[in-house]
Design a protein around this ligand. Sequence first.
Ligand code: ADP
Length: 291
Amino acid sequence: MAELSPTAQDGEYRLGFAGDAFNTSWYLARLSPDTDVSFLTAIGDDSLSRQMMDLFAQSGIKENYVQHLENQTIGMYMISLQNGERSFHYWRGQSAAKKLADDPQKLATAFSENDVIYFSGITLAILPDKSRQGFLAALKTAKEAGKTIVFDPNLRPRLWETADAMTSAIMQGAAVSTIVLPSFEDEAEWFHDENPMATLNRYKALGIPTVIVKNGPDPVLFEHNGHSGEYPVAPITEVTDTTAAGDSFNAGFLARFGSGDIEWAIKGGAELAARVVQSRGALVAKATEMD
Ligand code: ADP
């Protein structure tokens, strides 16, 4: 999405680009330059869409699965600051990305050509019902073919008609995944989980081999191939901006997941996210420079 964020100059805004799955791709491409990171989406044919593609190219994110649609544009959000409080305003109703799953053949090809497929609750939220069902079916086929399917539930009630529609789609998304990366605070609110273990157990009950429950500065709870434990996060007390904490965690984790050492992978996620929350904005280049 395009992002308009306030500058130090009153009334002036800066144009940038961000979005949850994009943030994770951006961090992953920086951490693992030898890994192919492609982004599957749909954009328009206007200059704003082209500028976003320039950022993909500069960031090492491949565009081979980006569909260009005539007379369309991308979604946008604006951050406004009032008395130091940030609020978000969205224009995403007409976003071309809502059509990213309209062509089942394109989805099947993209999924068959990659080993790891990442999506989020926001991916599910923006899709119309019919294409969401097609998207989930394509993921199920990919999972059965042995692909690693990674899902961050990223609960955003404002994007759903009802809380029930959201929680039921999230559980469907988790059911076609092999790695689920929820954040406890959101899960507690919408699934009424009493503690991180309840979140872990709810996803584990679907038969998912890897569940990683993030919890801000508190320990990360994990279950991986029947082995479970807690990873203590080094808490940051001087937090500047938590934007993209979860997204960057996911990238740091995935960059190391292939090693098979689950605690080392969680450490990678936690250390990157800890650096990200100490800077302003979603995309913090210097946070990846120590890896
Ligand atoms: P989200 O941004 O998705 O709401 P969380 O708030 O659970 O996710 O944070 C994701 C990860 O970011 C945590 O697991 C942790 O590793 C890191 N993190 C977030 N806040 C802090 C903090 N105050 N100190 C240290 N790490 C943090």
